[in-house]
Design a protein around this ligand. Sequence first.
Ligand code: PMP
Length: 402
Amino acid sequence: MEDRGFDLEGRLDVLVEDDQKRSLAPVDRIAERGYFAAPSGGELPVLDSEEALVFASNNYLGLTADQRVQDAARQAGATVGTGAGASRLLTGDTLVHRDLERLLAETKGTDRALAFSSGYAANVGTITALEPDVIFSDERNHASIVDGCRLSDAETVVYDHCDAASLRAELAERAGRASSTDESWLIVTDTVFPTNGTVAPLGSICEAAEEFGAWVMVDEAHATGLYADGGGVVQAEGLEDRIHIQLGTLSQALASQGGYIAGSDALVELVANEARPFAHSTGLTPMAAAAASEALHLARHGDAREQLWENVAHLRDGLESMGFEVLGDSQLLPVLVGDRKDTLDLAAGVRDRNVIVPALRPPVVPDDRCRLRVSPTAAHDRDDIVACLEAFQAAGTEVGLL
Ligand code: PMP
């Protein structure tokens, strides 16, 4: 008999063979605040067990536990409702959404902003809605940007990571084509890259874009709320007027769930109409919108940002003075180990000392550039930072890296 079914077991076996399979934890291992998916066979540490310190969260400002953020979500649930009930283009629009969008636009220095139900949806929806002819994309861009490029009909040109000269060369090559003057070109880049903590050279990217008349779209997922006055890298570098689309997530520093874009009136109008993940998906829950608004207010006016950057400096100094190489230039601290086994051994050694730090391996990073990524948050205190450093010192010595 003919069989056109799917060999799911076979595909799972391949994942296991490649050491890529992840597992959800057995239910009795899940604690109230979560668990940490680990490669199959690995331990599944519980995130809120008393003794485990987690340096693996994007909750950068620690605001998911802030009473004011929680109260905002609770109040929106009680007054507006727990769900939007429909697409924002039908009856799912509320003042809570509008308040969030007003605050985002004000923070980002744009006419308007538009909230999506995730950062992933914002990237896919915005890139496809724009219908660019050619997209120039950094080779390390987030999967949701890659998927947006794939789903659009654009020709996608990948340039070298954070390399404005490589971008310029690609732009120049295509500008030589006769048809290129009628095309729309979009350059898209993360601002803070999560695997290596690098910050994109936005000024040079804008220069290259302006030379060829291309638009620039940036993904500030790992920067929103953390840089100048609670904005992102765009605000830190004063580039609001040179970047056409600022995009990000509400799920990291803003302690909630959802995504956004910020830009001109026309951009927001077009994307609201044409982005399928916006138009054909239920609006963000009002509770998430209210929590993100409150978190953005606190990111701009509270002291969590200062605390985060103090923790980042303390950890980076400590790790570097032990002899570790710490990559990047952001709040994320990728500790380069190199060899895959050494990296896993270091992660296990640190975890034995009750500190949870993820190991990044292929396909996320090249085989000989494996690393541990330490993510401090504003919720860590001095003792936590010291405990993390002690764990790295002891485990690094044990593995023979120090
Ligand atoms: N962009 C980047 C750079 C991300 O790291 C992520 C996920 N953390 C997203 C977009 C997607 O955001 P969300 O989790 O809100 O879907």
